[in-house]
Design a protein around this ligand. Structure first.
Ligand code: HEM
Length: 448
């Protein structure tokens, strides 16, 4: 190994490197690079040196051990166009302050208190499903999961429900998500020109913002302390100046939580049902477990630890189809990864979708096998071999929340229905910001 050359990688085009390929199909570019080269791949991305880090030790170095030397990459600029400078996109001291403010809302005790709302929102969905099932209709599974996780995030973090505004979120978020996903590799000019696609994006953003500002204004007016995330953000005061957060910053944090807090979990659930439909034995195991642990009673936080098969199936689904399929960083100063020089300004790509399929870490990687997640196997795997929630200081703040939520939803559904995929669908992963099942999932509901 030499610190003066770069690791092997595709040559790409002159000047642009692999940028045109990333723009066309980022996920496939990373899959191919991982297949052809070693554990650390050099990719020239326009003016940047890029490194695809596949060895868990290297990932750990970037996300944890030397995390201070890495900021979110310029790709997150596009995310900033949507959610502004909130917890997901901010940096350094400002980020740390916001993270500390938000953290108490995610403590285990708080998540425990939120479990009831998670189940209540799922019950509302199931009541609606009763009508759908009796009429023998099909559901759009992704849409259903989006709706329930959205209701949950709004109820738990902002102690409200969106009412009619839910329609606005459902309509605008796919437009925003698609545009951000499509423009990750675009130039600033392309995203600033008044093209029809950009105008649609701006219009959707403004509409969504109106909903968010209303949530903030309603709470300011009522002055209620709900002990939720919104109250924590509203009551925060700057240690030096005593000033509270302005509406713009609150907008960014609420927007971030609204979007980061429901989209990913809904996709995790959608992929889980996709996989369960192909593995009826695992599906039956979950139904039996729910019967044994909860019976006909109401699911609660107290059951979660005993829903072991349910949890493992979700974990395995997060391995094969990680909703946050890939993310990236930029080196603030010079560094060294795996013995190679990483010049300041370099991009580092961290791609759970690819790492979760490395045969050296995951034998027979394409096989759906929840049995991989026994405590013994978990302990034997290197940290960062499994990273659906990222890791290190910038790891997902909602990790526990999401796992409890997903387990309670799967368990509540399993008590009443088996979700069956409608025949004849060709469903493939579409890598936007998140990994979506395209073109969607149609399903029917079989009563238990
Ligand atoms: C299965 C569901 C989820 C997945 C797969 C997921 C995944 C991730 C990943 C990979 C990151 C790190 C991104 C990076 O390093 O650039 C992240 C960060 C984040 N997630 Fe999640 N997430 C999920 C659920 C949630 C939920 C339920 C919430 C909120 C209630 C949430 C809020 C956030 C926030 C605010 C951050 C930024 C944290 C920071 O930088 O301090 N996520 N998530």
């Amino acid at each position: 190994m030499s610190a003066s050359t770069f690791p092997p990688g595709p040559r790409g085009f002159p000047i642009l490197g692999v940028l045109p390929r990333l723009r066309r199909d980022a996920l496939q570019t990373f899959v191919d690079a991982a297949h052809q080269y070693g554990d650390l791949v050099h990719l020239k991305v326009g003016p940047y040196h890029g490194f695809l880090a596949l060895d868990p030790a290297d990932v750990r170095h970037v996300l944890q051990d030397n995390a201070r030397n890495y900021h979110k990459s310029p790709v997150y600029e596009r995310l900033r166009d949507g959610v502004g400078n909130g917890l997901l996109t901010s940096e350094d001291a400002f980020w740390l302050r916001q993270r500390r403010l938000a953290q108490p809302a995610f403590h285990r005790q708080r998540v425990m208190a939120m479990a009831d709302a998670m189940v209540a929102c799922t019950e509302q969905m199931l009541e609606r499903w009763d009508g759908v099932a009796s009429r023998g209709e099909t559901i759009d599974l992704v849409e259903e999961m989006m709706a329930v996780t959205q209701a949950i995030i709004v109820r738990t973090m902002f102690s409200t429900d969106l009412g009619e505004a839910a329609e606005v979120v459902n309509r605008t978020w796919p437009i925003i998500n698609r545009r951000i996903g499509e423009t990750f590799w675009a130039t600033k000019i392309e995203t600033a020109l008044p093209l029809p696609a950009n105008r649609r994006f701006w219009r959707a953003l403004r509409e969504l913002e109106t909903v968010v500002y209303r949530i903030i204004a309603d709470r300011r007016r009522s002055g209620r302390d709900e002990a939720d995330l919104l109250s924590m953000l509203l009551s925060a005061r700057d240690e030096d100046t005593g000033a509270g957060m302005d509406d713009r910053q609150l907008r960014d944090e609420v927007m971030t939580m609204l979007l980061a807090g429901h989209e990913t979990t809904s996709l995790a659930l959608s992929w889980t049902y996709f996989l369960l439909s192909r593995h009826p034995d695992v599906e039956r195991g979950i139904a039996d477990e729910v019967d044994r642990v909860i019976g006909g009673g109401r699911p609660s936080f107290a059951h979660v630890d005993r829903l072991v098969s349910t949890r493992r199936a979700i974990e395995e689904s997060l391995r094969l189809y990680p909703p946050a399929w890939g993310f990236s960083r930029q080196a603030v100063g010079d560094d060294e990864i795996g013995g190679y020089r990483v010049p300041k300004g370099s991009l580092v790509f961290l791609i759970p979708f690819v790492i979760h399929r490395r045969p050296a870490l995951w034998p027979d990687p394409e096989r759906f096998d929840p049995g991989r997640f026994t405590p013994e196997q978990d302990a034997a795997r290197p940290k960062f071999a499994y990273m659906p929630f990222g890791g290190g200081p910038r790891g997902c703040i909602g990790n526990q929340f999401a796992m409890v939520e997903a387990q309670l939803i799967v368990a509540s559904v399993a008590q009443r229905y088996r979700v069956e995929l409608a025949p004849g669908q060709n469903i493939t992963p579409e890598p936007l910001i998140t990994l979506r099942p395209a073109p969607g999932i149609r399903a029917t509901l079989a009563k238990r």
